[in-house]
Design a protein around this ligand. Structure first.
Ligand code: BGC
Length: 338
């Protein structure tokens, strides 16, 4: 694996933003310091053609002004927290509410909007961030590290963190994948090893129920195209497609996607209990990198994470990170062709 960097752009303050490239054989990944954002992920298709399977932009300005968290590292808590409120150790906390009345993806200035400190360590790319006590309302100073590495035909993303006070923590990567490298993702085939999901209310927050996927648009235990049932029932219709959390059942891989146009197969493995499938339902028309045009259904996200709003559902896996304890979580996106 080799690592290099070049200047990508500047923040309004004049601060440099570098783009780091990691290469391993015929795979490469670009990560920019703004948001520790995965900007490109190049893999060979079945004919050996280099294909960039994630969306991204050409400039820092576009990353700063466009919505959608494209490619970013998201935290302190990915996904939504109802009205931004939770209690921990008997104390009530109020977070920044940036999605109507609710908290989404870390608040007004989440980790996607911070310039991270990135360096090469042992042939891998180590991204560091210190999130201060009270950041967007979260308790505790959090020291976080995200390590990107290309190995065994996959991109591994390793999350580590400690906090000096009890806090909540639920990071994810918000990459938008399109295995064809362009066009719509409607005909790409998806499998998710999940027997249950958490249905949403009108604000796209879990109602608290855990339902079986059987007989619903959520059953991806066998391959279905992404669009096939994206308007089938009340779990997808109001949201313009999928925007929902699945309870992973531990089978491997957690998710698999393939394109029968170019044969690219992506497998997702994770230590996380859930995955949010988001089919770019809210992606407005915009310019992407290298002259690309993006819009509705240009890409899908498979955001591995703890369940949305889990801090307000004590029966679900806990997102509490205790003072002095170490958070450790890994997600790998593996590629092959068929
Ligand atoms: C959420 C969507 C949201 C999107 C972009 C996804 O993770 O589930 O509801 O629109 O991020 O912000």
């Amino acid at each position: 694996m080799s690592i290099s960097k070049k200047l990508f752009g500047k923040m309004p303050s004049g601060q440099d933003v570098y783009c780091w490239t990691i290469t391993d054989g015929d795979m490469s990944a670009d990560i920019i310091e703004y948001g520790a954002t995965l900007r490109s992920l190049i893999v060979p298709d079945k004919n050996g053609k280099a294909t960039d399977v994630v969306l991204g932009y050409d400039t820092v300005e576009e990353y700063m002004t466009n919505d959608g968290y494209i490619g970013a590292t998201v935290g302190r808590f990915a996904n939504r927290i109802r009205v931004g409120k939770f209690s921990l150790n008997g104390k009530e906390y109020s977070l920044a509410c940036n999605d109507g009345p609710n908290h989404l993806h870390g608040g007004d200035v989440g980790y996607d909007k911070i310039v991270w400190d990135i360096k090469e360590e042992n042939g891998e790319l180590a991204c560091y961030l210190t999130s201060p006590d009270g950041d967007e309302g979260y308790p505790g100073t959090l020291e976080m590290k995200v390590t990107y590495a290309l190995k065994d035909g996959g991109l591994s993303i390793h999350y580590e963190a400690t906090s000096d006070k009890d806090t909540i923590f639920n990071p994810t990567n918000h990459s938008y994948f399109n295995l064809d490298g362009e066009g719509k993702i409607n005909d790409q085939y998806l499998l998710i090893n999940a027997d249950e999901f958490t249905p949403n209310d009108a604000d796209c927050l879990p109602t608290g129920e855990v339902l079986s996927v059987k007989g619903t648009s959520m059953d991806f235990n066998e391959f279905h195209t992404i669009a096939e049932r994206a308007d089938m029932d009340e779990y997808v219709k109001p949201y313009g497609g999928y925007d929902v959390n699945f309870l992973l059942n531990g089978k491997s891989p957690a998710c698999e996607v393939y394109s029968d146009k170019n044969g690219i197969v992506m497998q997702v493995e994770t230590t996380e209990p859930g995955v949010q499938l988001y089919t770019g339902n809210g992606t407005s028309d915009r310019n992407g990198k290298n002259g690309a045009k993006y819009g509705w259904r240009s890409a899908f996200c498979l955001e591995t994470q703890h369940y949305p709003d889990c801090i307000n559902h004590p029966e679900w896996p806990s997102c509490v990170l205790k003072a002095g304890e170490k958070f450790d979580s890994t997600t790998v996106y593996k590629f092959k062709t068929k």
